[in-house]
Design a protein around this ligand. Structure first.
Ligand SMILES: Nc1ncnc2c1ncn2[C@@H]1O[C@H](COP(=O)(O)OP(=O)(O)OP(=O)(O)O)[C@@H](O)[C@H]1O
Length: 305
């Protein structure tokens, strides 16, 4: 499949720090894949290894079965936005992209095309030093698109964008994937990926936590809880515990997991306990993500790091 990124047993150590720890996953073309994990999870390091900017300590990463470093004119194969701040502020947007185009033997005509595409046409001859973070992100995205590549990597591209910019990026990613390209996007916020990604690769402390579609992740989700209000929490709570529920009591309100609202209602009725609230609360994807990554942090605490 053209544009497939394959990461196999990838490990990167910096001295005593294991930034990436035996990662294995596949990123497919025609999809937007979110690369999710808390700060320091190893996302940037992994993206840099995909691009051959850092050498793995062990393991391998290939695009279409070949290492990126083995490809001349790399930007035509893989376009990337790694760090929007990492540009020469004294250059104009046009000059910055023209340098990139020349060094990758990309026709300079592409420069104006991508500047238009990212909405920077009017700012093409302005110096980057005066750009807002959002404009720099757009410029970085323009650089990634320059070589019209089948594979695109974006490290935290939504940082610094206003809501209109975020909507634009989402549409752009969807369109690029719709054209059959591989779009791999990192973020530390599930809320950013929730309406952006088709697939997810979730990492914590350099290790893989989940690799599945967003729909699968959402279906698995965090367990729903039930908010229960009663004038007799001291009577109801032990009944719920005896039925296998987990119960947190706070100011007369009970938060119950492990039993359905229907079952809680039945138990209350059987024991003549009055209820004044019985509400099922589904956890957001963000909460499910936090739960998932918190578990990984516990798992690795005291581990190899
Ligand atoms: N060049 C380096 N030298 C030493 N340690 C590094 C280096 N680069 C990254 N690390 C460490 O590796 C770990 C993973 O960092 P990385 O930047 O890849 O994570 P991340 O998931 O991209 O997080 P963030 O969103 O904060 O950038 C961190 O503990 C970081 O401090």
């Amino acid at each position: 499949m053209v544009g497939m990124i394959e990461v196999r047993e990838l490990t990167k150590r910096y001295g005593a720090t294991t930034a990436v720890d035996g990662l294995t996953f596949t990123v497919r073309p025609g999809r937007v894949t979110g690369f999710l994990g808390p700060n320091g999870a190893g996302k940037s390091t992994t993206l840099r290894m995909v691009l051959g900017l850092h050498a793995p300590t062990s393991g391998a990463v290939t695009v279409d079965g070949r290492r990126f470093a083995d490809r001349p004119r790399g930007l035509r194969h893989v376009g990337a936005l790694l760090d929007a701040a990492d540009v020469h502020g004294g250059r104009t947007a046009r000059a910055h992209l023209a340098v990139l185009a020349r060094s990758n033997r990309i026709p300079v005509a592409r420069v104006d095309a991508v500047l238009e595409e990212v909405g920077l046409g009017a700012a093409a001859r302005r110096r980057i030093g005066g750009f807002s973070l959002g404009m720099r992100q757009r410029l970085g995205i323009a650089g990634a698109l320059l070589g019209d590549p089948p594979v695109l990597l974006f490290d935290e591209p939504l940082n610094g964008l206003d809501p209109e910019g975020v909507r634009w990026v989402r549409e752009l990613f969807g369109r690029l994937a719709g054209e059959g390209r591989t779009v791999f996007v990192s973020s530390h916020l599930m809320s950013e990926m929730e309406h952006t990604a088709d697939d997810l690769v979730v990492v914590g402390r350099g290790r893989l936590i989940a690799e599945e579609s967003l729909a699968e992740f959402a279906a698995r989700g965090a367990r729903p809880s039930v908010a229960v209000g009663t004038p007799d929490p001291g009577v109801l709570a032990p009944l719920l515990l005896a039925s296998g529920a987990e119960v947190v009591s706070e100011e007369g309100r009970l938060t119950v997991t492990g039993l359905s609202a229907a079952r809680i209602g039945e138990l209350a009725a059987e024991h003549r306990v009055v209820l004044d609230q019985l509400t099922t609360r589904r956890a957001s994807l963000e909460e499910a993500f936090m739960e998932l990554t918190a578990e990984s942090a516990d798992y690795t605490a005291g581990g190899a790091r």
